[in-house]
Design a protein around this ligand. Structure first.
Ligand SMILES: CC(C)(COP(=O)(O)OP(=O)(O)OC[C@H]1O[C@@H](n2cnc3c(N)ncnc32)[C@H](O)[C@@H]1OP(=O)(O)O)[C@@H](O)C(=O)NCCC(=O)NCCS
Length: 214
């Protein structure tokens, strides 16, 4: 029996290698634990919002603030869906989709991270394909966007490898210095050429109802 009021709690995307599941409080403990064990070399950051620069217990508490805030502010006009990434029964990281005015733009942005111990095994690409599947096959999106700092080779390799188109660069603040984000987008027409037939989803219809996706 699913949640009677908040269908996101029952949302799941499954590939042969991993499962994405909406971050509830129990899953959040595990995701925060993976984050606190390290997401990247601390001499550098891949994130615009430097959330991994905080020490425990602030890092975990801020993660919960972010997930609760995202949940509380989820409306058809503007939403962020935070999903845990689970491989072989173990939480390995998180990913998210966000959008504003999806009713008009039919566009969503994705972002992801894996714990350091789980990187470099192809899970990053697999989870990107899963989150793209949710946006395109699940929500009938027209466009997916993403971005990464110019020196984030693994993230850029996944983005380019899947055939996103470059959208340009923008200057942002990164640890109080200038950083350069490379933006990319993928139109639905391209996704249709790379879509996989081994990804399944649960709970999408009720989530579409919550987000008024018609
Ligand atoms: C980005 C991230 C999710 C990628 O996941 P991953 O599982 O480590 O990546 P994968 O194993 O799927 O490999 C990604 C690609 O990067 C390539 N790659 C890895 N390290 C590389 C390096 N140092 N230089 C160049 N290419 C590299 C791999 O060969 C692979 O390319 P391919 O798909 O063409 O074979 C993960 O590394 C991560 O969480 N990093 C820290 C957080 C982060 O940067 N998040 C993204 C913010 S935009």
């Amino acid at each position: 029996m699913g949640h009677p009021h908040w269908p996101l709690f029952d949302l799941e995307v499954r590939t042969p290698r991993l499962t994405l599941r909406y971050i509830d409080d129990a899953l959040g403990v595990e995701v925060a634990g993976v984050a606190s064990r390290g997401v990247h070399d601390p001499s550098w950051t891949p994130f615009m919002t430097p959330w991994t620069d905080h020490e425990s217990p602030d890092l975990e508490r801020n993660a919960f603030r972010f997930w609760w805030r995202s949940r509380a502010e989820t409306t058809p006009e503007r939403w962020t869906i935070n999903l845990a990434v689970i491989a072989d029964g173990t939480v390995v990281g998180a990913t998210g989709l966000s959008s504003e005015r999806f009713d008009v733009l039919r566009s969503f942005e994705t972002g992801s991270w894996l714990g350091r111990e789980f990187q470099g095994r192809g899970l990053g690409r697999e989870l990107r394909e899963a989150v793209l599947h949710l946006g395109f096959a699940g929500f009938d999106a027209a466009l997916a966007t993403t971005g990464a700092f110019a020196d984030n080779e693994p993230s850029l390799a996944i983005t380019r490898g899947l055939g996103y188109e470059p959208e340009g660069r923008r200057r942002v603040v990164r640890r109080d210095e200038v950083g350069e984000i490379h933006g990319f987008h993928m139109p639905r027409e391209h996704w249709a050429t790379i879509r996989r037939d081994d990804i399944t989803m649960t709970g999408v219809e009720s989530v579409r109802d919550l987000l008024a996706i018609h």
